[in-house]
Design a binder for this molecule. Sequence first.
Ligand SMILES: [Zn+2]
Length: 152
Amino acid sequence: MIHPKLERACAYYCGELRNTHKKQRRYLSHDGKAKPFWDLPKCAVVCCGLQNKIYKDHSKPVRRNTYDKVPSLKSELLKYVPPGGKIGDITILPKCGNQVGRCAEPHAAKLCMIDDPHTTIHDLRFSVARDITTGEPMNPCAICVAVFPTIK
Ligand SMILES: [Zn+2]
């Protein structure tokens, strides 16, 4: 189900990220030439929980304790790491290859569930995730589909 308010908020957020990251263009030396690259995160999403407040975040590196403040979300994520694994490990789900917890979706969910502890994983509504650089919609990965019942 598409929620126009969430979709608009996500598109706007991608623009904000592109603008704020513009000044952080950096150069990598490659074959003697300075090649510019943009230090943009890959993907952004927004969500809301039981209250209609919107939470936005993007994909970013994680540590094993990144989700300690939201144990119910953390335990869901940990179902998809290798046995004895931790947040940040490559998932065991086939044809995915993503690090568990690194996506924009669990980061936005975390913000929401910390701010409103009554919101559970089942209450979360997400926008379509977008590639920040292009603004194009991105398909959710296997981890996000498995963890969040409202993501198809
Ligand atoms: Zn994902």
